[in-house]
Design a binder for this molecule. Structure first.
Ligand code: ZN
Length: 202
């Protein structure tokens, strides 16, 4: 079975070490989850595949999609496009070892968060301040955002200082966490609050 191995950064042939077929519901095609071992680096991977009809009575398992380690583009759909595209590009830059470019893209993702909140915002510094003042983010997230902004500046301007891999990785984690906090968790909490308000008191 061929799957994209994140350790080898390429599509590799894998050994199937285990599999569980899932129950077919609502007439969908049979699916199975497969535990795979990369033939090159021997790391474990988890994939999911579904049965494809290739002839009148012939079926084949499709190329599996990766479940774990989680693919880079697996972003929550609650994150709007204005931040989402930059996050995806940040992940691509990181994968390509372009760490300064990754820092710049992380900064752009957060700029997207700021502009989504207030389209009049023109820079990251005032944007983060406004998000904090309006109660969209708390003090800790604000500090993360500031750290990200400073590293973004390092990546964006012509200096001899480089953004190292570990910093780029942290920045990517921060950018993802900020987007999830603002767009996913806040939304969930609002929905939860509304549900509670509509529930009769016991
Ligand atoms: Zn591998």
């Amino acid at each position: 079975m061929i799957i994209e191995c994140p350790h080898c950064d390429s599509r590799v042939e894998c050994l199937v070490r285990g599999e569980i077929q899932e129950d077919v519901e609502f007439g969908g095609p049979p699916t199975k989850v497969v535990l795979l071992e990369c033939k090159v680096c021997h790391n474990p991977l988890l994939g999911i595949t579904e049965s494809l009809q290739v002839g009148e009575n012939e079926y084949e398992w499709d190329t599996p999609g990766r479940l774990w380690p989680e693919p880079e583009t697996n972003l929550d759909w609650g994150i709007p496009e204005i931040a989402r595209n930059s996050l995806i590009e940040a992940k691509v830059c990181f994968k390509a070892k372009a760490y300064s470019a990754c820092a710049v893209m992380c900064g752009r993702a957060i700029e997207g968060v700021c502009q989504h909140h207030d389209p009049k915002i023109r820079n990251l510094q005032t944007g983060l301040q406004k998000l904090k003042n309006d109660g969209v983010i708390d003090e800790r997230i604000y500090n993360w955002g500031e750290a990200l902004r400073l590293s973004r500046n390092l990546g964006a301007h012509a200096t001899t200082e480089k953004v190292i891999r570990e910093d780029a990785h942290d920045l990517l984690d921060f950018a993802l966490a900020i987007c999830e906090y603002v767009f996913v968790l806040n939304e969930k909490f609002d929905r939860y609050q509304k549900r509670k308000l509509n529930q009769p008191n016991p």
